[in-house]
Write a protein that binds this ligand. Structure first.
Ligand code: DQA
Length: 242
């Protein structure tokens, strides 16, 4: 996944829970999904054995492990120690982890666990209420980089064109060596899911089945639009492309 991220061609992720993983993984592989985001916080069980079995089902696809904290809109109901244990257990098997900058107590340990297994650390910030000002967002990006992020992810609710422009500015102002994923959530932000990759956002999140987050487009529609707007993506996804 590191090579894919460094390659500069936008990537399309699909988020999965633990429902019928074998079938879901087969479908994802066949349809050209770049990254499987496993939302472990939405799994029906989160004991290590169950989680590892589901991670295994996705082998052959780059896997991003997310155990989203409740504070940032996720479904995680356990302790921080248990969350860290899960990250440590999956780190040898996955290509990337997503951990919130606000996970103060475990942030450094999650990043170290990922690094020990050459998995990327996405350090994330979510705000389901509003889009903070550019200065605040830039401070968050700096803090995430200082914490050791390989990729900084900013996902905030956009309720106006100004919010979308703020997030676009965040991408435009980013330093050359900063890898970012930026998402404007909500219906007003839907365009960001297709066009922010043109400004340098590395990954766009989609779904197959029911829409988990407002403003997200489903995989098939996203895939078709990405092929239309990004010639490099189209080349990679054409029969025989790599
Ligand atoms: O944080 C993000 C972004 C997201 O919330 C979105 O709006 O696309 C979807 C989540 O699965 C992912 O972890």
């Amino acid at each position: 996944m590191r090579a894919l991220v460094d390659g500069g061609v936008p990537l399309v992720a699909v988020s999965f829970d633990d429902n019928d993983c074998e079938r879901a993984a087969r479908e994802a592989l066949a349809s050209g999904v770049d990254v499987a985001e496993l939302r472990i916080d939405r799994f029906s069980r989160t004991d290590v054995g169950h989680v590892l079995e589901k991670v295994h089902a996705f082998r052959g696809l780059p896997v991003l492990a997310t155990v989203r904290s409740a504070v940032e809109g996720g479904g995680w109901g356990g302790t921080e120690e248990e969350r860290l244990d899960l990250f440590r257990a999956v780190a040898p098997l996955v290509d990337a982890v997503d951990v919130e900058l606000s996970s103060g107590g475990i942030l450094t340990d999650v990043i170290s666990a990922a690094r020990a297994h050459d998995a990327l650390s996405i350090v994330s910030y979510h705000n389901f209420d509003h889009t903070p000002g550019l200065d605040s967002l830039e401070a968050i990006v700096r803090d995430a980089e200082t914490a050791g992020a390989d990729i900084v992810k900013i996902s905030t609710m956009a309720t106006s064109g100004t919010d979308v422009k703020t997030l676009a500015s965040l991408l435009l102002n980013a330093g050359e060596n900063t890898q970012m994923i930026v998402i404007a959530m909500g219906a007003t932000g839907t365009a960001s899911r297709i066009f922010f990759p043109a400004l340098g956002s590395r990954l766009t999140y989609t779904f197959i089945g029911h829409q988990p987050t407002s403003g997200q487009l489903d995989f098939a529609e996203t895939f078709a639009l990405m092929r239309k707007f990004y010639p490099e993506f189209d080349r990679r996804k054409a029969p025989g492309g790599s």
